[in-house]
Write a new protein. Structure first.
Length: 304
């Protein structure tokens, strides 16, 4: 008997209905089920109780299932990462590069996952933290992790795709300095700088002209965004190399993690990124390789 956590976006009627059907099927097969209905901005309803998503724990879950678009999937990542539960994404969105299962195939995919007839892929995630200046933090954000450090409680975020440090004023660039592994690297005058995981290399990084990396690689990539009169190429790093971005000049920047604007960064502040020691695990159907998935996703995007 397994324990399966379902996170569904009830704004999508089909996703909510499929969550009900999946729960009924799992119960009939003798498994335990936790159904979490996502409520924006960041709460869930479980058994009629409204709970901040940041306080949800999936300890003991053998499988976590996302039913919605990429946004629903990304909200489940910190919870699955903290519990070690592998995550399966069901695609109710438009692009769905992260989501390998189509709604009609969920029952078969659940059966395969619970029977062990799937591949578990380890994907690197980024730990992101700020220092210097007062950074607004939304305590309800499920990606905010709290840990006790030498200087008290340390706040940091978890990013599956990328962290972006970018301008706040249209028509104006921002000045950044970067460090790699604690050593000075480059100065940028640009619209922004992003640090992406291999999984995120096909997201904003690709749009900004960065390389596509195989998603199971242990690495990260730095890509400047519209660099002005300077080095404008991406740099691929080992997973054990940290990246620090410091805001220079007089203009502030914002921190955007996995597409969500989370903090305003004043001049003099720094944002540090490193690959988290533990990966997140994706449930992958053995017959869907990286090349096939990427080709089909890009073809679908061209047809939109």
């Amino acid at each position: 008997m397994a324990t399966v956590a379902l996170l569904a976006n009830p704004a999508n009627d089909a996703a909510a209905k499929l969550a009900e059907d999946a729960a009924a099927w799992l119960h009939a097969e003798g498994h335990r089920v936790r159904t979490l209905l996502l409520q924006l901005p960041d709460t869930v309803v479980e058994d009629g109780t409204v709970t901040p998503l940041s306080s949800v724990r999936l300890s003991g879950a053998d499988l976590a299932v996302s039913l919605g678009g990429d946004g629903t999937f990304l909200r489940l990542i910190p919870l699955a990462h903290a519990s070690g539960a592998p995550i399966l994404g069901v695609n109710f969105g438009h692009l769905g590069y992260l989501l390998q299962v189509q709604p009609p195939d969920l029952e078969a995919a659940l059966g395969r996952a619970l029977d062990g007839d799937v591949v578990l892929q380890e994907r690197a995630v980024l730990e992101v933290r700020t220092d210097g200046g007062q950074i607004p933090v939304d305590e309800r954000d499920p990606s905010v992790l709290l840990a006790e450090g030498a200087e008290g409680t340390v706040r940091h975020w978890l990013a599956l795709n990328e962290v972006v440090v970018e301008r706040t004023y249209p028509g104006h660039t921002v000045r950044f300095t970067t460090e790699i592994g604690g050593q000075p690297f480059l100065h940028y005058r640009a619209d922004g700088v992003l640090v992406a995981t291999p999984t995120g290399s096909t997201a904003y990084n690709l749009s900004a002209g960065g390389p596509v990396l195989a998603p199971t690689m242990r690495s990260l990539v730095i890509t400047p965004i519209a660099a002005h009169l300077g080095f404008d190429r991406s740099v691929v790093l080992d997973a054990d190399q940290s990246v620090k971005v410091t805001i220079q000049g007089v203009r502030p920047a914002v921190v955007v993690i996995d597409g969500r604007t989370l903090a305003r960064v004043p001049p003099g502040s720094s944002i540090s990124c490193r690959t988290a020691p533990d990966p997140v695990r994706f449930v992958t159907l053995a017959d869907q390789g990286f090349g096939t998935l990427l080709r089909n996703t890009l073809a679908a995007e061209r047809e939109r």
